[in-house]
Design a protein around this ligand. Structure first.
Ligand code: BGC
Length: 360
């Protein structure tokens, strides 16, 4: 419930209950209130609006976020729009009507979702953009990773294996600001090599919804036309998976370097098995816990710590950006495994015991 409204409501109920019962003094504890039929609902409710749950990480984000929020005494109503911006907006309007105290949004479409910020504010609810920026609005807070660095790490690892040749760039979803930041990062690394003539970008596409199937079709169509490729910079592990399938059909999996991000279990396995070159590890507990902390601080009207600001086209949004790390075969043990993000057994399950790294 919303605080201001609730406080006035509770006060009126208390006064009415006091008058009706003829008591001289107002009850001071919850039990006494409940005896008089007054319900004091002081629990913070956080509305968590998610673009989709298709990519492995989002379920983990949701669960970690909820765990932390609940540990802080709040409850979470989580909804997923399955990649539909209109559905996401109406789900958010519904959360506003349900009287959530604060909104945390993983926007499918960073532009289309901007209108809900004003609606939330009109109802006295603050909005935190989780992982993906909401553009052109008076957004209250943005928490994410360094997405430009994600793209840089992807391209660096691929260039390390293929410093020259024909490059395919398989981007993320055009409606997601992160897809643009990640691309910016990759091209920070690629552009000097394009300028020197070492690298030629032969395919450069976005993807509707970061779908593996779409990345697969994009690369397959290119290869089926008789074209060749020496390297693939794919924006995340899902698009990497699609690329690897298309390469596999031409007998090229493991021969052409491929990037990704998210450290999904499948991609970590592909990295240690040699069919994916790099994934980028983004510690999800760090973003989920911090976001839950911030949501509760907003709901309580407390001040919130930011590390920087990010301009969303309208304002400089107070932001908190977390670091990322590129993960190859060489540092899998010190990153993903050391952090317990996936277990050694899971990641190396298809690698013969004699070829696995030592655990000590
Ligand atoms: C996230 C990635 C994720 C992608 C697809 C991006 O906004 O930053 O981690 O793989 O969306 O869901």
């Amino acid at each position: 419930m919303r605080k201001g409204f609730l406080d006035v409501f509770v006060l009126l109920m208390l006064v009415a209950a006091t008058l009706l019962s003829g008591c001289a003094s107002a009850p001071t504890d919850k039990a006494a209130d409940e005896q008089k039929g007054v319900v004091i609902d002081d629990q913070i409710i956080i509305g968590l609006s998610m673009s989709d749950l298709r990519v492995e990480r989002w379920q983990r984000d949701r669960d970690l976020f909820t765990q932390r929020a609940e540990a802080l005494g709040a409850s979470v109503i989580a909804v997923s729009a399955d990649l539909d911006a209109e559905i996401q907006n109406s789900q958010i309007e519904n959360l506003i009507l349900q009287g959530v105290d604060v909104l945390v949004v993983i926007a499918h479409d960073g532009v289309k979702t901007s209108s809900i910020v004003e609606k939330a504010h009109a109802a006295g609810i603050q909005v935190i953009a989780y992982d993906r920026l909401i553009k052109d609005s008076d957004l209250d807070f943005y928490i994410s990773f360094d997405n430009v660095k994600v793209g840089e790490e992807e391209a660096k690892a691929v260039v390390n294996v293929a410093p020259k040749g024909k490059y395919a760039y398989l981007g993320g979803s055009d409606t997601d600001n992160n897809a643009h930041l990640v691309k910016e990062g990759s091209f920070n690394v690629l552009q000097p090599l394009i300028d020197s003539g070492d690298i030629e970008v032969v395919l450069d596409v976005f993807n509707d919804g970061w779908k593996s199937t779409e990345a697969y079709s994009q690369l397959k169509a290119y290869l089926d036309a008789g074209n060749t490729v020496d390297a693939v910079v794919a924006a995340n592990d899902g698009t990497a998976l699609g690329a690897i399938q298309a390469l596999e059909e031409k007998g090229l999996a493991g021969k052409v370097p491929v990037s990704g991000q998210d450290a999904s279990l499948g991609s970590c396995q592909s990295v240690v098995e040699g069919v994916q070159t790099v994934t980028v590890y983004k510690p999800l507990s760090a973003i989920a816990y911090k976001a839950a902390d911030i949501a509760v601080q907003f709901a309580k009207g407390e001040s919130v710590e930011s590390t920087s600001t990010v301009n969303n086209g309208k304002i400089d949004v107070p932001s908190y950006l977390l670091d990322v790390v590129g993960v190859t075969k060489d540092n899998m043990m010190e990153t993903v495994i050391a952090d317990g993000f996936h277990s050694y057994e899971e990641v190396y399950q298809n690698v013969p015991a004699s070829e696995r790294p030592a655990t000590q």
